[in-house]
Design a protein around this ligand. Structure first.
Ligand SMILES: C[S@@+](CC[C@H](N)C(=O)[O-])C[C@H]1O[C@@H](n2cnc3c(N)ncnc32)[C@H](O)[C@@H]1O
Length: 460
């Protein structure tokens, strides 16, 4: 593979005697990874139904390698049920090593298309709030789809300059992930076009952006909160030197150890001006040391941990909801706090708790889109279907994977379900594959009108 000369020289300096082993990697095949969505299915249950052989990613409890040259997990109904995300294995590490706890307020500053945000959302398990931001609004659309497919409802999906977010969320978040835009040196094997991009915008270009993002994010983290910074590049300017800069600007941050793995390499204080030995606690992933493409990670904590009590859920005043919405909610076995239902025009959203005022921020989504109020009726959304568990809804058509109606449903066709329902049955049904929701359909005379979101349909 043709690598830029300047890059090769820098890597020789960085790796010394390991350089030959590193370049030899470029002749080896890339690794394909799949991460189980634990918000929908346990790893154990997924392994029972997994349609292909999987090999564990040893440092990620819900990560697996698959044979990407011969199978296509994105063309399987379980993918449409949001049971997993396809992700290069080293890229699974940042969201895994940020210690998110239920009830946390979490910010993913550079989130699209959602490789890490989907895992952060799964860890929250429907509690707290996940704010997923990306400067690029076109990329943020993919982020929205992936978070909805994963069934994550307690979200804000934003598309803003992080600097603008500071005034809305001062010291608001418990955990922040910065998966920074970077020169992508760890992607050269996976995506050859990254080499050309590197020649146009290299480490110097990106380190300026990273420095501004880390300092902006620092202001949004509460004292005692934790921040994980990651890149998929090797250059010291974008890695240890960015963390060194953050520590100079915000000395109240300290670097923390993260759960290790034998393949991880220590961060390199020697590539910084301060030579701060604490930088050794940061982690480098090199492709010649383990089966992953390459990453850098730093876990930091802000200030002293304050002994503050856990925030109590804020329960507002009961709000009168439209009858047709109440009637629909009657089908769902879950307690909704009516004060969190937000009606905007025809649309109904279920908002996360304790949000600040958001007026003036560009967002693609605030909360879970429940559905739309049409003349005297409520139509549930695709996002709600993905957010529900089969057991929570009282009208379910659960098809086994082998049933040809699964594919017909995903293609948007009307289904004959005479064998599964009674003549008098009618209304909104949750369509599942092997117990995992795919979307809604409306039953009329034992025929199921397909309500699968047109933009999500299977196109072979
Ligand atoms: C490495 S990618 C993020 C990948 C994502 N975390 C994932 O796992 O799928 C970096 C992202 O940062 C976004 N970005 C670039 N500059 C930004 C900025 N100043 N603020 C926020 N996001 C930015 C890019 O649009 C890009 O989507």
């Amino acid at each position: 593979m043709n690598l830029p000369k300047v890059f090769e020289e820098k890597m020789k300096d960085l790796l010394g005697s390991e350089y030959e082993a590193y370049t030899a990697c470029y002749d080896e095949p890339r690794h394909y990874g799949l991460r189980v969505n634990t918000a929908k299915i346990s790893v154990e249950d997924f392994l029972k139904i997994a349609p292909w052989p999987l090999e564990p990613v040893p440092w990620i409890h819900n990560g697996f390698y698959y044979d990407g040259d011969n199978i296509q997990p994105s063309k399987h109904p379980y993918y449409f049920a949001g049971l997993y995300y396809l992700q290069e294995p080293s890229a699974m590490t940042p969201a895994d090593r940020l210690p998110v706890e239920p009830g946390d307020r979490v910010l993913d500053v550079c989130a699209a298309p959602g490789g890490k945000a989907t895992e952060l959302g799964a860890k929250l398990g429907g509690t707290g709030v996940l704010a997923a931001n990306d400067l690029s609004s076109s990329r943020a659309k993919g982020l929205l789809k992936n978070l909805e497919l994963f069934g994550i409802g307690n979200v804000l999906i934003l598309s803003e300059e992080p600097g603008k977010l500071v005034s809305y969320f001062p010291e608001y978040f418990d955990k922040i992930l910065i998966d920074a835009p970077c020169s992508g040196e760890g992607m050269f094997r996976k995506e050859k076009k990254m080499v050309k991009a590197w020649e146009e915008h290299g480490p110097e270009f990106f380190s300026k952006i990273q420095r501004s993002i880390v300092t902006q994010a620092a202001q949004m983290l509460r004292p005692g909160g934790m921040l994980l910074y990651s890149t998929c590049t090797f250059s010291p300017e974008e890695n240890e030197q960015t963390i060194e800069y953050l520590l100079q600007e915000y000395p109240e941050f300290k670097i923390c150890e993260m759960e290790g793995y034998e393949g991880f390499a220590d961060g390199m204080p020697q590539v910084t001006e301060s030579k701060n030995p604490e930088l050794e606690k940061t982690v480098r992933i090199f492709p010649h040391r383990m089966k992953g493409e390459g990453h850098f990670l730093a876990l930091l904590q802000k200030g002293e941990k304050q002994e503050e009590g856990k925030r109590l859920p804020e329960s507002g005043k009961n709000k009168k909801l439209p009858e047709e919405l109440e009637e629909f909610l009657g089908h769902i076995d879950r307690k909704f706090d009516s004060s969190r239902m937000d009606l905007r025009g025809e649309k109904v959203y279920y908002m996360p708790e304790g949000l600040p005022r958001l007026r003036g921020i560009r967002f693609l989504r605030t909360g879970l889109l429940m559905g739309e109020l049409k003349k005297n009726r409520f139509e549930p959304s695709q996002a709600l279907a993905m957010n529900l568990k089969k057991e929570e809804y009282d009208q379910v058509i659960d098809l086994p994977l082998e049933d040809e109606r699964v594919m017909k449903y995903l293609k948007g066709e009307t289904l004959d379900v005479e064998d599964l329902v009674k003549p008098k049955d009618k209304g909104w049904y949750l369509i599942c594959v092997d117990g995992y929701p795919l979307g809604f359909g409306k039953l009329v005379n034992q025929m199921l009108k397909n309500k699968y979101l047109p933009g999500w349909r299977w196109n072979s």
